[in-house]
Write a protein that binds this ligand. Structure first.
Ligand SMILES: Cc1ncc(COP(=O)(O)O)c(C=O)c1O
Length: 467
């Protein structure tokens, strides 16, 4: 009997670590429990402390616990990247380099054709690319009127930029892109993969095909796609392949800075960014320099190691959850929110609210009779997080709001509330239908309170004429 008992004990001891190692897979249904701080109460106003309903994920996403744990774990062996002589330096350098393979895999990019270089965020990546790829003020870049300022001004300030108008429903107009390509000698087409204002997803492979047909290359701003839809550099045919892709890690649950550019190795090696320092050279003499090749050429200075580790882990988790599940979940949330909003008086929902299959989880709206800044403030006071304004995509927002260019100068010196804007809801993978329902109640209460001029300040009189 004693022998049997000790055998059983030995068996249990043997199995326990195995059982612990077999962790529950991460899915769309259990991801919320892994989001740092999501259910922690915060003081939203004096006297009200509660968890926030965070519908501001297009701006930035909260951290995932496994991402934070991975960064902390990898800091135990942190050493200088690519520069040190030590075991820790070697370990860190290997992780740093191997994460490039994860990014290549995540973006369907072949290592034979593409190189990954790390950046601080999408803005940094687009500016680095622009500083490298634009070689003359006379170069022509074709943008769309849907672009975030990062994918507009980074070109506008360096060369000749022309724009493809958007379609009436706010979508990308592919015929307009082709027309502009036909009429001009375009070097690059710079287009967003998904809009941060309407969530419209661009068929970037269709744009790539058009760009290549007319001898241009394509740069895709991936900031709003990476946490929402599967993305591949590879199209159905080689003409549809993407040439450059840029994205930020903080929009995919890794808030340690960082992001990446995936680009054609051959092109990256032909150019260099206007950004100089250590790590990007072979030899520097008194009067001459020999430059390293990509990716080093694009990574001057000491790298952001936690950013890279976090990015690698975030990719792993998103791939595990799966983009089909993420997309289906988001579609359900958009539908529920739009259905609820449509029942409200004087509501304006921007973009197509019937056919939403080409929208990631972004919904923008206004009320004809209530200023959006005041409504957003009152939603925040109840514990709802949105964003209000023109979302760093002014030309697109003014178009959606029908505000002509010649009226804009008037707004330059205005206070925030008089500057027109919309309210934006943007979903993350962890948001729930119950949150949407509660949020709709907050919106209704906020609008009621603005219409009733509750807690009114004289200053607000100024706001009443505008959105
Ligand atoms: C479509 C789009 N592009 C670019 C950016 C800039 O990203 P980041 O602020 O991470 O540089 C954003 C940020 O909101 C965005 O939504």
């Amino acid at each position: 009997m004693k022998k049997m008992l000790s055998l059983l004990l030995a068996l249990v001891c043997l199995c326990l670590p195995l059982m612990a190692a077999a962790e529950e897979p991460i899915t769309i249904d259990n991801i919320r429990s892994l989001v740092v701080g999501v259910d922690d109460p915060v003081e939203v106003k004096p006297g009200l402390t509660r968890p926030i309903i965070n519908f501001d994920n297009a701006a930035t996403t909260p951290a995932l616990r496994p991402v934070v744990d991975e960064v902390n774990a990898k800091l135990l062996t942190y050493g200088s990247i690519g520069r040190g002589f030590s075991a820790k330096s070697n370990i860190s350098t290997e992780i740093y380099e191997k994460t490039r393979d994860k990014v290549l895999h995540f973006t369907g990019a072949s290592p034979d054709k593409y190189t990954v270089f790390y950046v601080n965020n999408t803005t940094d990546g687009l500016n680095k690319l622009a500083s490298a790829l634009i070689t003359s003020k006379e170069d022509t870049v074709l943008c769309t009127r849907m672009e975030h300022h990062a994918n507009d001004l980074s070109w506008r300030e360096r060369c000749n930029v022309i724009y493809a108008e958007i379609a009436r429903d706010g979508r990308i107009d592919y015929d307009e892109i082709e027309k502009k390509l036909k009429e001009n000698k375009v070097k690059l087409v710079a287009v967003t993969a998904a809009s941060n204002v309407t969530g419209y997803v661009t068929d970037v492979h269709r744009v790539a095909k058009l760009a290549h047909r007319y001898g241009a290359q394509i740069v895709v701003d991936g900031a709003q796609i990476v946490a929402h839809r599967a993305f591949s550099m590879k199209g159905a045919t080689p003409e549809e392949d993407i040439d450059f892709f840029v994205f930020s890690a903080h929009k995919m649950y890794s808030p340690f800075g960082g992001g990446a550019v995936v680009g054609l190795t051959e092109e990256l090696d032909k150019h260099m960014p206007a950004f100089y320092g250590g790590g990007m050279i072979k030899i520097v003499a008194d009067n001459w320099v020999t430059w390293a090749s990509a990716p080093k050429l694009y990574e001057a200075g000491s790298p952001n190691y936690p950013g890279v580790v976090g990015l690698g882990k975030a990719i792993e988790i998103l791939e595990q959850v799966g983009f089909d599940a993420i997309s289906a979940h988001e579609q359900a949330l958009i539908r529920r929110l739009m259905d609820g909003l449509k029942k409200m008086d004087n509501i304006v929902i921007y973009g197509d609210s019937e056919n939403i299959s080409d929208r990631v989880g972004v919904v923008t709206f206004n009320f004809n009779d209530a200023n959006s800044l005041l409504v957003a403030q009152r939603i925040a006071n109840q514990g709802g997080a949105t964003r209000r304004g023109a979302f760093c995509a002014h030309p697109y927002v003014w178009r959606l709001m029908n505000i002509p260019d010649d009226q804009l100068e008037w707004y330059v010196e205005c206070t925030d509330g008089k500057t027109p804007g919309m309210i934006r809801v943007s979903f993350g993978i962890y948001n729930t239908e119950a949150e949407v329902d509660e949020f709709l109640g907050m919106v209704a209460e906020a609008v009621r309170s603005v219409r009733a001029k509750e807690d009114w300040d004289d200053l607000y009189e100024d706001f009443s004429e505008s959105y």
